[in-house]
Design a protein around this ligand. Sequence first.
Ligand SMILES: [Zn+2]
Length: 82
Amino acid sequence: MITVRCTYANDDTVTTRFNGTFEEAKAYFLNQTFNIGSVEDNMQECVKVQEICGYCGTDFDPEGRAEMCPEAPVSVLYHAAR
Ligand SMILES: [Zn+2]
């Protein structure tokens, strides 16, 4: 399970858990249209997908360098370690 942040064409972002790899998440969300409205329908195209830390919401370092996560339990510690 990973955490991804999707950015939509209207600049809204939605953070969601995804059961799969980041490549699968991109294939599922990117350039697809979803209803992101909470009260009324709001159909928006997903224009960007980022994998983020499930604990603190920080973007993963694109270089893949490990950074200590301020909010993860000790057993996880690093949010960008992959
Ligand atoms: Zn983190």
